[in-house]
Design a protein around this ligand. Sequence first.
Ligand code: GLV
Ligand code: MN
Ligand code: MN
Length: 406
Amino acid sequence: MTFEQLWRDLDPIGRSASSGGYFRQPFGSAERECHAWFLEQCATRGLEVESDGNGNTIGWWRAASAGGPGVLTGSHLDSVLDGGAYDGPLGVVSSFAAIDHLRDRGFVPARPIGIGAFVEEEGSRFGLACLGSRLMTGATTPEQARELRDRAGVPLLDAMSAAGLEPELGTGHLLENVGVFVELHVEQGRDLVDRGAAVGVASEIWPHGRYRFDFTGEANHAGTTRMEDRHDPMLTYAMTALAANKQARLSGERATFGRIEAVPNGTNAVPSRVTAWLDARCATDDSLAALMAEIERMGHDRAGLDGTVLAVTAESVSGAVHFDDDLARRLATGHAVGDWPIIPTQAGHDAGVLSAAGIPTAMLFVRNPTGVSHSPAEFAETADCLVGVEALATTLERLAGEGAAG
Ligand code: GLV
Ligand code: MN
Ligand code: MN
């Protein structure tokens, strides 16, 4: 099947008629529909499907003569809230298309080739990014995951059961025979545009943390309470958000308050509490720790002035990921069109989790003309997606062909 046919199948699932963006939250109906599509595609190609009790699935192409450690590709099917079409699905669709290319040209893999679909990569429902790959590698324990609840208070296990799954959280067996992982992904910045390249290879992922800021104050009347008598947590939040933005700009790093809840959330009342979530990313683990220490210090100072209280909780922190240099060079070089650039990224990926777990891992990026991502405007030209499919097919040939190391 062509890339375009596969893309058309998946395209309408979970798309909002008003914004054009996607709502494919894990274990919800749209994401489950995408997962059912994934299983159908595996069945059409005779791939052997294996699932774990975390909601992750791999379809394996095991040619009769194939043996040894497998070559895993794939990505995720969930989206952020009102996300783009490409973040995740591009890697899954390209994987099926790449296998079809390889079969069309008569390639017989010496190693099994698997296509994976990892669950809750974005953390858009349960707050923890890469939940599926974290559980399967042990980076998150079943005990930690059992505590997770979505915004409506639904526990992870209940959401899984309601979707018809039989949850059995933990490392399971899915990665047992994986020798190498390659994830293709739309680029989420403009590096490849600036370099004039349709595809690139990842060198590293910046460290990344998600922090909950609870600002507590005193509820009161919006009209009768003099400005100087207030203990307004919204004000402390606003000043902390400004300080975080300034601090990140000064140091060339990233700090984003993208989610906020106010209690009681009424127009004519000073709120009693504001909870805001900060996403922070820096070039090194030390600079992330320093940025957070500074933002927290400024938040507490401001709370002191406002007569409010601030409590900060790190909900998840992922350290720097340095992908396997030799593997990146091996994939990036020796092409007729010239070498593919090797570039860093500030976005998180399941590939980072598998790499941190000691699996030799690489990523291929496909050019995104505007660099916009996590938005309905996320885009990649079909011509570049086709270059990506070919790049992934070539990569799988190198890794799963006769004489492949590893
Ligand atoms: C995932 O895409 C992230 O970087 O947050
Ligand atoms: Mn992604
Ligand atoms: Mn994403």
